[in-house]
Ligand binder design. Structure first.
Ligand SMILES: [Zn+2]
Length: 428
């Protein structure tokens, strides 16, 4: 019976659309990366006029070399990741893994969880050489890495244990809902996923982060008073001020807020406090408070909630289509003995980012707009001059380039390029 139901997925069409999207995204990524490398190299030997008085040529050149080294390495991992993605999907890797596991006679849940775990382990192993090279070669060469092999190993084992402890129960819950909650399982699964995310937000600062770092209450009295004065001025309550031993792993500095509601805490990396004076720390914190005051954090969370609802609804539709599996090289289990839910989840997580990539510039644009707003807030609540000098120091310490390719920066940068940011701060 011929039927023209366009709601039935045609696997051939879908696999061509996927291959075309992957190819196009690769072309864009390679083109942008090439632009960035050429632009940075062209400006390597001259500090931009606006920074000539504040940034030494050697620091500018180090930033250029670091940027180029990361971009070149990025090309290699791009190509590798695309090959791995093709290997899992069109070349039949996931199908191979699936057929190895589904003949073992395990219970449906054990089979599905083992599929997810095996996939995650293989993916982690494939990534490992790249992570090691990035940490122990590139970061090391530019003097940023403080990680020892011993610490790296301890981190990996702890990460694996925490991942299994947290990941397997939520995966089991979602898989169970997929099988047992009827045609609208995706709405229930979304609810479970949101609840899980909120739980992690609460648990992260007090339970998970302390597994990896030491948090000590901020001891510097004068800085504490300065920071508390700022928070009182801004009408902001936090549970505590902490210093984290970020220097155990990296020389990069940072400050952040974690937690929600009354459990919020402010965390300073020790590397940040070592580098900035009190007024500069205050200005950086004022910038972070600006994100809260403008509700950027809340808006981002709500956006994430809405997008994940759409994603679960899409998965709800796709997972019921045999064409969805066939398009990506997987034979679904059709005998009804074993569910296809874990397969659907994996395929979805593999394929979705290929299409999501094309929205990167939009996300970057919105993020940069937030950064400008937070800077403006910091200029009103603290000193713009201190914020500018703090940003410049952090920029130099992180070897961020002052001369990014404009197109590359528009596409990827979540923070405005230093020149634009400092010009906006100076104008306040
Ligand atoms: Zn910010």
């Amino acid at each position: 019976m011929p039927s023209a139901n366009f709601l039935v997925l045609n696997p051939t069409v879908l696999s061509y659309v996927f291959a075309a999207a992957l190819l196009l995204s690769l072309l864009i990524k390679f083109w942008l990366n090439g632009r960035q490398v050429r632009h940075v190299m062209r400006h390597r030997d001259t500090v931009p006029a606006a920074f000539a008085a504040t940034v030494p040529l050697a620091a500018h050149q180090k930033a250029a070399d670091y940027t180029v080294a990361r971009a070149r390495f990025g090309l290699l991992s791009l190509a590798f990741n695309a090959a791995v993605l093709l290997g899992w999907t069109l070349l039949g890797g996931l199908d191979l893994l699936n057929s190895a596991l589904h003949g073992l006679g395990w219970s449906p849940m054990a089979y599905q969880l083992s599929l997810l775990a095996a996939f995650a382990l293989i993916g982690g192993l494939l990534d490992l050489p790249f992570e090691l090279y990035s940490t122990f070669r590139i970061e090391q060469r530019f003097g940023f890495n403080r990680m020892t092999w011993k610490l790296y190993l301890a981190d990996s084992l702890k990460g694996l244990a925490v991942g299994a402890l947290i990941g397997l129960p939520i995966a089991a819950l979602i898989l169970w809902l997929m099988g047992a909650a009827g045609p609208y399982w995706w709405a229930w699964a979304w609810g479970a996923w949101m609840g899980f995310n909120l739980l992690i937000l609460v648990l992260y600062p007090t339970v998970i982060a302390p597994l990896f770092n030491k948090f000590e209450p901020l001891a510097d009295e004068s800085l504490k008073q300065r920071v508390q004065g700022l928070m009182a001025r801004c009408g902001f309550a936090a549970k505590g001020l902490f210093v984290m031993d970020g220097s155990r792993r990296s020389a990069h500095g940072n400050a952040y807020f974690t937690g929600i509601g009354a459990a919020k805490r402010v965390v300073f990396f020790d590397t940040l406090l070592a580098r900035l004076n009190g007024a500069e720390v205050e200005a950086v914190l004022a910038h972070e408070l600006g994100h809260f005051k403008h509700k950027h954090v809340l808006k981002r969370m709500l956006t994430m909630f809405a997008l994940s609802l759409a994603a679960f609804a899409l998965l709800g539709w796709l997972s019921a289509q045999p064409g969805f599996y066939l398009a990506f090289g997987v034979q679904p289990n059709l005998d009804g003995r074993l569910p296809n839910d874990a397969l659907a989840l994996l395929l979805f997580l593999l394929v979705l980012p290929v299409f999501g990539f094309f929205f990167t510039p939009l996300g970057s644009l919105l993020s940069r707009r937030d950064e400008f707003q937070a800077d403006a807030y910091a200029c009103a609540q603290a000193s713009g001059a201190d914020l500018a000098s703090a940003l410049l120091k952090l920029h130099e310490d992180n070897a961020g380039t002052l001369t990014p390719d404009p197109v590359y920066a528009r596409f990827y940068y979540s923070h405005p390029p230093a020149s634009e940011r400092l010009a906006a701060i100076a104008a306040h």
